[in-house]
Design a protein around this ligand. Structure first.
Ligand code: UDX
Length: 425
């Protein structure tokens, strides 16, 4: 099948490469020439482990090509995946401007029956809107179908997730489109959920919101555990082994960030309000998360004598989680802003993220030099194996705030550090 991927971000690029891998011919289309030139040269312009090798291989084999020529790309392909961004708009709603533009262009250049698939996370009812936007732009009527097929891949493990999905969701409103989608995914072994486009769109929001809810639950519980001197990690293990609960997304930490959870939870809250049945549980999820992102502020202030002025704080990790260079809605950046607001001198480090405009160092040693405290904000593996005995010699005061509960408290304390985790007692 000839597949067009519109929007070559991490979702689009990963999706395109997965289809190449299973034998389809793929074109990647984007308006941004720099991205297209990089990808066509086999270079990934964002950080995603394992993806560049696959890209280089399939570009050389000419299984995938990248272009900015919209008209030709639309005309030549049978299945078109819309993978453009749907950022959070002004009223907490997903902004569909990019999706609308793409739909209009598809309508304008469509020359035969096509299946148009929304991969981007889009609010319930978008498939219908896309259908209308395409129709409005068609010079003369040509049949087509719009299908919702949401993506569940995580940044940092996008390739693994795309190759090993837990399920594939297909929201189609015609047998013809359903048959095309079945054929496309025939090599995947996982369950395929066939439903209508609205339910498919809702599944994506419900999944992300549920996971966010698990995180906020464990984070709020961590505060209670902290007050009671209980280790929250033991609680996560203890409840996670109940198969009805499951072990995932129960790691207490600095709160969730990234390009998906905050945006999607807010968008679903907005959708629910529009129905007159607000999902108040999700409003609480957001509130708990906002508080959690500042979990250490009070502690840092207390431990450092009530005032952060002229204190030097070393922040390790800027990415919203490990294995990505994405800092969108990163708890780390939110904390840094607050620390700076209280006149602390903040020195930052990240193994991958560069130039965020703070005082940033390329080594952890330089970053912790003269620091009154270190805050571990991102769960990079690099930070698990640091030589803390040596780093201690460089610091002004041996204090560690571990926002990801990733260090061994006993060992760190044996080195003479004061250690504060997230209810990591
Ligand atoms: C998420 C969804 O997992 C994915 O299915 C969807 O397609 C896009 O959104 P992603 O944003 O890449 O993926 O990150 P994810 O690994 O889910 O983590 C989200 C946030 O939750 C991160 O800030 C992470 O640090 C935090 N988190 C995750 C926790 O604080 N505790 C956990 O136990 C798990």
């Amino acid at each position: 099948m000839k597949i067009l991927i519109v929007g070559t971000g991490y979702v689009g690029t990963t999706t395109g490469l997965i289809f190449c891998k299973i034998g389809h011919q793929v074109t990647g289309l984007d308006l941004d020439e720099r991205k297209i030139n990089a990808l066509q040269a086999g270079k990934l312009y964002f950080y995603e482990p394992g993806l560049e090798d696959l890209l280089t291989k399939h570009v050389s084999a000419q299984n995938i090509r990248f272009t900015t020529d919209t008209e030709k790309a639309v005309k030549e392909n049978d299945v078109i995946f819309i993978c453009v961004g749907t950022p959070l708009g002004p009223q907490g709603k997903a902004d569909l401007t990019f999706v609308k533009n793409v739909a209009g262009t598809i309508g304008r250049y469509m020359n035969h029956y096509k299946v148009i698939v929304t991969k981007s996370t889009v609010p319930v009812g978008t498939a219908e809107k896309v259908t209308n936007w395409i129709k409005e732009n068609q010079p003369s009527p040509i049949p087509f179908d719009v299908v919702s097929n949401p993506e569940f891949l995580r940044e940092g493990s996008a390739l693994y997730d795309a190759l090993n999905p837990d399920r594939i969701v297909i929201g189609a409103s015609s047998d013809r489109a359903r048959a095309v989608m079945r054929e496309l995914y025939k090599d995947f072994q996982c369950p395929i959920i066939e439903t209508n486009p609205q339910a498919s769109e809702m599944i994506k929001y419900a999944a992300n919101s549920f996971l966010a809810m698990k995180i906020s639950f464990i984070n709020e519980l961590a505060r209670v555990c902290d007050a009671l001197g209980i280790n929250v990690n033991d609680i996560s293990t203890g409840i996670g082994l109940d198969h009805r609960i499951g072990p995932h997304f129960l790691r207490a930490g600095m709160g969730f960030g990234g390009s998906c959870f905050p945006k999607d939870v807010n968008a679903l809250i907005q959708t629910s309000k529009e129905t007159g049945r607000p999902l108040s549980i999700l409003e609480k999820v957001v509130q708990v998360n906002d508080e959690q992102q500042l979990y250490f502020m009070k502690k840092i202030r207390q431990v450092l004598g009530g005032n952060l002025e002229n204190k030097t704080i070393a922040v390790l990790g800027l990415a919203f989680k490990a294995n990505t260079d994405d800092t969108r809605e990163s708890p780390s950046l939110i904390l840094i802003e607050k620390l700076r607001g209280e006149q602390a001198a903040v020195q930052v480090h990240d193994p991958v993220v560069k130039s965020v405009g703070f005082m940033q160092f390329s080594t952890v040693e330089e970053t912790v030099k003269g620091a009154d405290a270190v805050i571990l904000c991102t769960d990079w593996d690099d930070y698990k194996t640091l030589d803390w005995a040596a780093l201690k010699q460089l610091m002004k005061q041996p204090i560690i705030f571990d926002g990801r509960n990733m260090l061994n408290k006993t060992k760190i304390e044996e080195l003479g550090f004061r250690y504060l985790g997230v209810a990591n007692h």
